[in-house]
Design a protein around this ligand. Structure first.
Ligand code: NAD
Length: 357
């Protein structure tokens, strides 16, 4: 039996995770699910955004399905008690170094993008973001007071060769799997090698690694240009690979190409494909508790879980097709609704996907 840890988290987390659980239950898988608090919910339950029992459950499980963490009401807590620390710590503890964020535009939602339909229709990008290194974890860090009494903030951007190589491998392997007949697999590595030595090394290692993947065409782009090209001509990209901070920003940008952040799943994997799966968006405290959030990113995250951790491609595709069918039938949550469609609540969207299964 496969073991799944369910961590609903804060804000809309519990509402959207409940829909994904409903979908997984409908598939009658040999799967045990155990729930535990994280983020603000962890702080409320145990005074810690990542309670020991939650971490232990995650370590003992084959995969983790997470809602989202965070709420403005925790902004005044000391930094180590804030919900986001729980997320950074669980990623580090599970050694989830590879974050996969697909940006795929469903034809039914082409009108929801702020870009012209011809620029985005048929868009299918996979952003591979390194998740456990870079300036988010580098030491030294902190805010200190200089001898002259002025405060100074410091963060450190760093990557070692092996960290760059293992994320590069994930990107090259995915590019090979995504290759369409008659087309070349493509990886675009994003850096700022003209200014930052850390990313100069990143580029060197990617070039060395590419020798092992003659079928994959490797290109390089500076992050500022990549931000611009994603808006100008996003369909030029297939797989993009980049470090933690650049990936954080570019994957959010790519998500808006598709119209709604509520549609985008994500996977974070370790070296054995154990993974944590979560929607790309946050906890949306502004709409929490109203049953209006879009649960599709979380449902599609469950599909990614079946594909990448449980090697169950057939059921992953079943879920994805059920989501497509629900959209084709005109069901829309408030964030993606357009004229002529049927606006439904979060739980009703979950029901529509189950019915389509
Ligand atoms: P957010 O992603 O929570 O919300 C941004 C906007 O998108 C909001 O208007 C929200 O209503 C909307 N939105 C997000 N998800 C939606 C969904 N499924 N359906 C419909 N609308 C949706 O980002 P934010 O407002 O910057 O952050 C809110 C909180 O979430 C903060 O505490 C932040 O730290 C946290 N956060 C958590 C994660 C995570 O858990 N991985 C990621 C980003 C932000």
């Amino acid at each position: 039996m496969m073991k799944l840890a369910i961590l609903p988290g804060d804000g809309i987390g519990p509402e959207i995770v409940a829909q994904a659980v409903k979908v997984l239950n409908a598939l009658n898988l040999d799967l045990s699910m155990t729930e535990a608090p994280i983020g603000g919910a962890g702080y409320e339950a145990a005074g810690d955004p990542l309670p020991d029992a939650t971490l232990q459950l995650a370590l003992d499980s084959d995969a983790v399905l997470l809602g989202a963490v965070g709420d403005w009401k925790y902004d005044k807590l000391e930094r180590h008690l804030r919900p986001e620390r729980g997320l950074l710590r669980i990623r580090k503890a599970l050694n989830l170094f590879a974050n996969l964020r697909p940006a795929l535009l469903y034809p039914e939602l082409a009108g929801a993008s702020t870009l012209k339909p011809e620029v985005v229709s048929g868009l299918d990008i996979m952003i591979v973001r390194e998740l456990t290194g870079d300036i988010y974890f580098g030491q030294p860090r902190g805010i200190s007071t200089l001898p002259n009494g002025e405060r100074e903030g410091i963060n450190t951007m760093r990557y070692c060769e092996s960290e760059i190589r293992r994320i590069g491998r994930v990107a090259f392997d995915i590019a090979m799997k995504r290759r369409q007949p008659g087309q070349k697999a493509k990886v675009c590595s994003v850096d700022k090698a003209n200014v930052l030595e850390t990313t100069e090394l990143w580029r060197q290692v990617m070039i060395e690694l590419s020798a092992e993947y003659p079928e994959v065409e490797l290109s390089h782009m500076y992050v500022d240009n990549a931000a611009m090209q994603l808006i100008r001509a996003p369909k030029q990209f297939d797989v993009m690979v980049t470090g933690n901070i650049f990936g954080d920003i570019l994957s959010d940008e790519a998500s808006m190409l598709t119209g709604s952040i509520g549609m985008l799943p994500s996977a974070s994997l370790d070296e054995n494909n154990k993974g944590m799966y979560e929607p790309s968006h946050g906890s949306a405290p502004d709409i929490a508790g109203k049953n209006i959030a879009n649960p599709l990113a979380t449902i599609l995250s469950a599909a990614m879980m079946l594909r990448y951790t449980f090697n169950d491609e057939a059921n992953a595709v079943r879920i994805e097709n059920a989501v497509k069918k629900a959209l084709a039938q005109g069901y829309r949550t408030a964030d993606i609704v357009t004229d002529g469609c049927k606006q439904v609540a979060c739980s009703e969207m979950g029901d529509a996907v189950v019915a389509a299964l």
